[in-house]
Design a protein around this ligand. Structure first.
Ligand SMILES: C[S@@+](CC[C@H](N)C(=O)[O-])C[C@H]1O[C@@H](n2cnc3c(N)ncnc32)[C@H](O)[C@@H]1O
Length: 194
């Protein structure tokens, strides 16, 4: 069967990015007007195959970038990558040493889908909460701290938005143009760690 690439995938190929997902991040960063000049360090959760980290490193070569995923990524010069489950993030010594030092935590994490709706919804909610808790620990406690997390439009979305609002101010919901309209994925962002 012929694979039909959409315009974002073609654009990514042409511009030398690893994934079409980079445009979702780009669009959220632009919408939020997150002042990149004030962002010196980023933690990328659910980073494989490395599209977001690679994009950020190309755009902002001086950024310090840490990344984690259960899957491996092809090496990106200057990125500190850990192949590990986010559930174990604090057990990684190099990461534990960086607690409270990041300006931006981004998560595009998406677990494998079982097809059983209740199981999938609980699974993503659990991982979203673990990611949120990790972000709260990893970020600097100041009003430049930013957080972006992918989740899904399901029965837990309201609950998650509330959980995020207990940790950050100025919460927003995003469905970037580069996110497929038939996908339930949606992003939440917040700033100014409470
Ligand atoms: C949509 S992909 C991320 C794409 C990435 N932003 C990019 O641009 O290349 C979602 C990632 O979440 C990862 N993931 C799922 N469950 C995870 C977990 N428990 N811990 C860490 N990563 C996980 C998957 O392995 C997958 O690579």
């Amino acid at each position: 069967m012929r694979h039909i690439q959409d315009k974002w995938a073609l654009k990514a190929q042409k511009e030398g990015y690893r994934t079409r997902a980079v445009y979702k991040l780009q669009q959220i960063l632009e919408t939020r007007n997150f002042a990149t000049q004030k962002i010196h360090s980023v933690f990328d959760i659910g980073a494989a195959p490395g599209g977001w980290s690679h994009y950020l490193k190309l755009k902002f070569p001086n950024l310090e970038i840490f990344a984690i995923d259960i899957l491996p990524i092809e090496k990106i010069e200057g990125i500190h990558f850990f192949q590990e489950d986010v559930r174990n993030i604090e057990k990684i010594k190099e990461i534990a040493l960086k607690i409270g030092t990041f300006d931006l935590v981004i998560s595009d994490l998406a677990p494998n889908i079982t097809g059983i709706r209740d199981v999938d919804e609980e699974n993503i909610y659990e991982l979203n909460l673990i990611t949120l808790q990790a972000a709260v620990k990893l970020l600097k406690r100041n009003n430049y701290s930013k957080f972006i997390i992918k989740t899904f439009q399901n029965s837990n979305l309201k609950k998650l938005r509330h959980d995020v609002s207990l940790c950050f101010r100025n919460i927003a919901t995003h469905k970037p143009a580069a996110s497929k309209s038939n996908s339930g994925e949606i992003y939440l962002s917040g700033e100014d760690l409470i």
